[in-house]
Design a protein around this ligand. Structure first.
Ligand code: NI
Length: 459
């Protein structure tokens, strides 16, 4: 009896173990498969820019850390050893960063592009993205390594830059991005600072057969919807003397008084928008609020106070959808709902439209019954959430006369920054005006439906 019992017990235990093992294995396979699919999607964009090497793929998952990596095997032994070391370094740094935070699941995604020149120069470009609990970070870290294939040697980027390299790249990129669409409409107002020769943006490049390829990070020069921006500059253009610095061609026929427009998106928010309004009221200053239709319905008293203080109230759509991804019918419906919200609260239509993500196209411009107003100084307040950092961004933009500053009405850090910013600007002689006033008084124009007032306009 005892023996039989023992036998059944062992059998049960074995069955249990088997079942357990099988289901765990199944889950792991599923996880690895979905990770592999994610990698495939990511790498698909890079494949066209892989001029050397066979891709090695690694997909690994465990309880907390996962990896989807691709890197090239070039067939040059010394180079391949170094590449494997680089991948190990990237993995180790990722492990260090996330292993201690044990209640989160983190994934390292790594892909690459490789460029070959006819002088046997290999530029290897790694794209590194981290995901935490299945939420991808919007930021991709780009690392570039250079190799002389015939010597099997890695070359530091500094050794590859010639005299005037950064200066010529700076002049070329400024001219190119301010005269070529879609960049000219979207480049941030402080691009001269961002693209200065010594701003560090020309130290990272790949040599290609067509020219020197520069990468500009997402959110670095353009709104995030533009993604990572690549620009190839022909070798000749980088070797000849820098072009004369660009003249500011905006012809100011309006007021000679210094004017700046503060704009607050994504509100209203009962706490933080009111804190901003307290400051504006205290200093008798005006600003423009680009409010969301659904929040206008929810917090009507805040919107009424904005208008009562002489501020301009524009629309930022009904619920912050991307207008470049909507059909004409969807846009019309969004416009109708937003218009109804403004009419019921303010008894009038919004005066301007700022598209969510700064994203709009010809259909948007044709359909929106308001002038479209963008900005020219981005404070990145949504990212830093730090009053001091916000003030630093604005300071770095230099002369603010005629500029439109992008802020968000929903963060306490922004409200905190505004307490310092408003009196500081007034002390420097700036009049704080609404966007429509700026267009009229500074630029001598009338805000016009069907027209977009872009980054370049508010220079
Ligand atoms: Ni927004």
């Amino acid at each position: 009896m005892k023996r039989i019992f023992a036998f059944f017990f062992t059998l049960l235990l074995l069955m249990g173990l088997c079942g357990c093992t099988v289901s765990a294995q199944g889950a792991t396979n599923k996880k690895t498969e979905s990770l592999a699919r994610k990698g495939e999607q990511l790498w698909a964009e890079e494949v066209a820019n892989r001029q050397l090497g066979e891709a090695v793929t690694i997909t690994e998952t465990d309880a907390s850390l996962s990896y989807a990596l691709q890197y090239p095997q070039t067939g040059y032994t010394a180079v391949d050893e170094r590449i494997e070391d680089i991948v190990t370094e990237i993995r180790n740094a990722f492990e260090q960063e996330y292993l201690s935070s044990d209640d989160t699941k983190s994934t390292l995604l790594l892909g690459y592009e490789s460029y070959l020149t006819d002088t046997d120069h290999l530029s290897l470009v790694f794209f590194e993205t981290h995901e935490t609990n299945d939420t991808p970070s919007p930021h991709t870290r780009i690392r570039i390594y250079h190799f002389d294939l015939s010597e099997g040697r890695e070359i530091p980027a500094e050794e590859l830059q010639w005299e005037g390299f950064a200066e010529n790249a700076s002049a070329y990129t400024q001219t190119y991005f301010t005269s070529t669409e879609p960049y000219a409409q979207r480049i941030f107002g402080n691009y001269q600072t961002l693209l200065a020769a010594d701003a560090g943006r020309f130290d990272r490049f790949a040599f290609t057969s067509e020219g020197v390829l520069f990468y500009f990070d997402r959110y670095d020069l353009f709104p995030g919807s533009m993604g990572i921006v690549r620009l190839v500059i022909p070798y000749d253009a980088l070797r000849t003397a820098a072009a004369a610095p660009q003249e500011n061609t905006t012809f100011h026929i309006g007021s000679s008084k210094k004017m700046v427009a503060l704009t607050f998106d994504d509100g209203p928010n009962p706490v933080n928008t009111n804190a901003i309004l307290d400051t504006l009221e205290k200093y008798n200053a005006k600003a423009t609020f680009f409010d969301l239709g659904n929040l206008v319905e929810k917090y009507p008293t805040v919107v009424k106070r904005e208008a009562a203080l002489g501020c301009e109230v524009g629309s930022h759509s009904y619920q912050h959808d991307n207008f470049t991804k909507m059909t004409a019918a969807q846009m019309k419906e969004d416009i109708r709902k937003t218009e109804a919200a403004f009419q019921s609260v303010l008894g009038k239509s919004p005066s301007l439209f700022r598209p969510p993500y700064g994203a709009y196209n010809e259909t948007t411009t044709a359909l929106i019954p308001m002038p479209i107003a963008l900005w020219s100084v981005d404070t990145l307040d949504w990212k830093s959430r730090n009053a001091e950092a916000i003030l630093k961004e604005i300071e770095a933009a230099g002369n603010l006369d005629g500029k439109v500053i992008l802020l968000h009405g929903i963060y306490s850090s922004t409200a905190e920054a505004v307490k310092t910013l408003v009196p500081a600007l007034q002390k420097e002689g700036y009049e704080l005006v609404t966007v429509s006033e700026l267009i009229q008084e500074k630029y001598g124009d009338t805000p016009t439906v069907g027209k977009a007032y872009t980054y370049a306009y508010f220079q």
